[in-house]
Design a binder for this molecule. Structure first.
Ligand SMILES: N[C@@H](CCC(=O)N[C@@H](CS)C(=O)NCC(=O)O)C(=O)O
Length: 400
């Protein structure tokens, strides 16, 4: 049991979890408790099936206002997400009493401001995540760039009790609460649905989400697979589409590269960050530091998880047909991406990042601070684009 759990620990080990589970079938079933979130009407609005919600009618759902665009955003979610890490202590200790006082005063002002930042539709977003999970990082990059305020709940990867309300047992999960919670599963569905919601003037979020149904099937090995229809498609009318994309090609290109991120780029992360025993240990050290672990749990995770992932990384390398030297695939992907962006352009989206830029950035960012990231920066042409992305997201944050 303990070994299975450790296996689930790595947020970078999203692939591993399934493999491990298959190996020790049955042990984890107790963890996947079906849950329900009580809504305003006392009814369960959140999907409790493994499929995406909203294929069946929900009682008590409040249609979300299309006035989302009009509201001012803030960074409360981010700040609260960091609360557990003792931000106050760090800031107070580092900057001294005077600075701390300024900070406290600043916080008070911010709190007042935040009270005026309630979205028109009353929609509150909560992102359930592992900080170092590439899928979650992708969603965060999207939310941050679009200045959509959100609370962050760091899920404990061992028990995952923070998402016990959900029968969908992966992260990211985005809960949009407009009186009743609407649950969005899968990073690309979350991004497509939320982008549609930000732009579309006609549709409620509930309606938008209904356009991304979950399709369940079994693969050739008899394993259950869930696919989401329209995953990369934005549900916009002709006029909205024309406003967003300079051309049909630009729209298709964005979809193509978003797919590439999910089908190829993410698979390069684990084999690269767990490439050697030393790198695997450094990766798990980072995962444990950033994640929501108990202290004993964390220690256990660090060493056992690193050892397990070193071997699993090799298996993943084979499964995805990576070269023996996995760095070469990472370098190639980075340079392929730079080439796709093009010479005279800042981003694939032109002067502003599009959803593909945000997806690539979100995935690569989880390697920051690790050797694989430094090697990629040193051996490819991706650095200027990456820096522009970092600046673009920081500039948005600075506006608030
Ligand atoms: N296709 C999903 C993949 C999400 C995913 O695999 N998440 C991993 C964490 S990185 C997870 O929650 N794994 C837990 C599990 O498989 O039980 C997405 O894009 O959101």
């Amino acid at each position: 049991m303990a070994a299975r759990r450790v296996h689930e620990l790595g947020a970078l080990s999203w692939r591993l979890a399934g493999q491990w589970r298959a190996g020790v079938a049955g042990l984890g079933s107790g963890l996947a408790a079906r849950g329900a979130v009580k809504s305003c009407s006392g009814y369960v609005c959140v999907q409790s099936q493994r499929s995406l919600p909203f294929t069946s009618p929900h009682t008590g759902l409040i249609p979300l206002s299309a006035g989302w665009r009009g509201y001012r955003t803030g960074w409360r979610g981010q700040e609260e997400g960091m609360r557990g890490w003792g931000v106050m202590v760090a800031v107070g200790g580092a900057l001294g009493v005077l600075h701390s006082m300024n900070y406290v005063l600043g916080e008070e002002q911010k709190t007042e401001e935040e009270e005026t930042q309630v979205p028109v539709g009353g929609v509150q977003l909560t992102l359930y995540q592992y900080k170092t999970c590439p899928f979650c990082s992708k969603v965060r990059a999207f939310l941050d760039y679009h200045q959509l305020p959100h609370e962050i709940v760091e899920v404990n990867p061992v028990m995952r009790k923070e998402i016990k309300f959900s029968s969908y047992r992966k992260v990211p999960i985005l809960l949009a609460n407009a009186g009743c919670p609407i649950q969005l599963n899968d990073s690309s569905v979350i991004i497509s649905a939320m982008k549609t919601f930000v732009i579309s003037k006609q549709k409620s979020l509930e309606e938008i989400v209904s356009y991304y149904p979950a399709l369940k099937s079994t693969d050739e090995k008899g394993k259950a697979v869930t696919e989401y229809q329209n995953r990369y498609w934005l549900m916009l009318d002709e006029q909205e589409t024309k406003q967003l994309y300079a051309s049909k090609e630009a729209q298709m290109e964005e979809m193509k590269w978003r797919r590439w991120v999910d089908n190829w780029l993410v698979h390069l992360i684990s084999p690269n960050v767990y490439r050697t025993p030393g790198e695997a240990l450094a990766s798990f050290d980072y995962i444990v530091r950033e994640g929501n672990f108990g202290s004993v749990e964390g220690l256990f995770a660090k060493y056992v998880g690193a050892a397990a992932m070193f071997f699993i990384g090799k298996r993943l390398k084979k499964r995805h047909n990576l070269q023996d030297d996995v760095r070469q695939d990472l370098y190639k992907a980075a340079d392929t991406w730079v080439k796709a962006v093009g010479k005279g352009k800042k981003f694939l989206g032109g002067s502003e990042p599009n959803l593909a830029d945000l997806a690539v950035y979100g995935v690569l960012r989880v390697m920051e601070g690790l050797k694989a990231f430094d090697d990629m920066m040193a051996n490819t042409k991706i650095k200027p684009w990456y820096q522009r992305m970092t600046n673009a997201i920081q500039e948005k944050a600075a506006l608030h």
